[in-house]
Design a protein around this ligand. Structure first.
Ligand code: M6R
Length: 365
């Protein structure tokens, strides 16, 4: 049932404040503002020297974002792999180490094969899944559920933000267990997470404005997405979302990579979506943005009030989000990313929920 929405994807985008809130409630102690890690974990966070994350598509971008969190909040090195590469690479893994698998369906063939490889290598396995009865959920030693509810649209939206919520919780919990975060720092981060659904709801209110930007995007042949830090994997997700439902060619890049190649693509016909919340690396992203502007690139900037003021460029189209703690930006900026792709596809008239050549669950390699 699509409710009042034209597509399942639209419905699922709008459900995010609610389902992210459910997912958060499943592992946050709201009174104490602490993380409740899954009980009886077969490993000790403090004893781990690294974590491996394997997943495909959008789930792998959630894994890439989590890498920044585990490294920052738990000082735990993370390797993120695309499952189809990882499964054949014969990666050396320490016995007793931890491998995390992220999958909405829990049936993705490559992710399942990666899980089986890790088990053979004596790794502890933790799966973040949306379907609790799935093969990956059953075969992993620990299951963490995302409570996104059934996701029908082939383009993943609410499963992604719920994966981010779960991974943020694990990273904070790991940071506390490893003695990296104090009780005060833990509660500060948990407090921030609790704010996510409200901020996501605020971002949804920008839909009309984003739709007008989509009209411009719908005419493009190619679109570039740029970001730094956790906004880099989010730029990969933005590009994937746009290409899979609108069939416009799009690429995501780490903003700092611009001058190592992709800047050659920039001309007056090239929309460039810049994801740049006003954070410690904002200035760096802005200087990349100026390089784009100098070459006539048409910029759509996603930022907050402080970022818009600091960017001080008049030629921009700007989507202004509320300001928020850094840990929340991937969760909240996902909304304009998804809405931009969605409205572009609707304007073009593609089959948004069932894009050509794609299956919701990729059970063959
Ligand atoms: O079910 P999974 O999370 O394992 O699926 C992984 C990818 O196939 C999936 O995220 C795919 O990239 C989506 N179509 C992206 O919107």
């Amino acid at each position: 049932d699509k409710g009042n929405h034209r597509h399942f994807m639209a419905k699922e985008i709008h459900e995010q404040p609610e389902v992210v809130s459910h997912t958060l409630a499943s592992f946050i102690d709201m009174v104490g503002e602490t993380i409740r890690l899954p009980e009886n974990l077969p490993f000790d966070w403090a004893a781990l020297s690294r974590v491996t994350i394997s997943a495909c598509g959008t789930a792998s971008f959630a894994g890439m974002i989590a890498k920044y969190w585990f490294e920052r909040y738990a000082r735990l090195p993370v390797e993120v792999d695309i499952a189809s590469e990882f499964r054949y690479r014969e990666a050396p893994l320490d016995k007793g180490g931890l491998s995390i698998f992220v999958s909405q369906s829990g049936e993705t063939a490559d992710t399942l094969a990666a899980l089986r490889y890790c088990k053979e290598q004596g790794q502890h396995t933790l799966a973040i899944v949306n379907v609790p009865t799935s093969t990956i959920a059953r075969e992993a030693s620990v299951m963490v559920r995302t409570l996104a509810g059934p996701e029908i649209g082939v383009a993943s939206t609410k499963a992604f933000t719920c994966q981010l919520a779960a991974l943020a919780g694990l990273a904070i919990g790991a940071g506390k267990a490893r003695g990296v975060l104090s009780a005060e720092e833990e509660s500060e981060l948990v407090h921030a997470l609790i704010e996510a659904p409200r901020l996501m709801a605020e971002a949804l209110r920008l839909e009309h404005e984003i739709e007008t930007f989509s009209r411009d995007l719908a005419k493009a042949k190619d679109v570039l997405y740029l970001g730094r830090g956790t906004s880099f994997p989010l730029s990969l997700e933005g590009a994937l979302k746009l290409k899979e439902i609108s069939y416009i060619h799009a690429e995501g890049y780490a903003a700092g990579e611009l001058k190592h190649g992709p800047i050659a693509l920039i001309d007056e016909t090239m929309p460039v979506v810049v994801i740049a919340p006003f954070d410690t690396i904002f200035e760096k992203t802005v200087s990349n943005m100026q390089e784009v502007a100098a070459r006539g690139g048409r910029i759509i900037l996603m930022t907050d009030e402080a970022g818009a003021a600091a960017a001080a460029m008049t030629t921009l189209k700007t989507i202004i989000l509320p300001s928020m703690p850094t840990i929340l930006t991937p969760l909240v900026y996902s909304i304009p990313i998804q809405l931009l792709a969605y409205h572009t596809a609707v304007i073009i008239g593609t089959d948004v929920d069932q894009p050509r050549n794609l299956a919701k669950s990729v059970t063959v390699e």
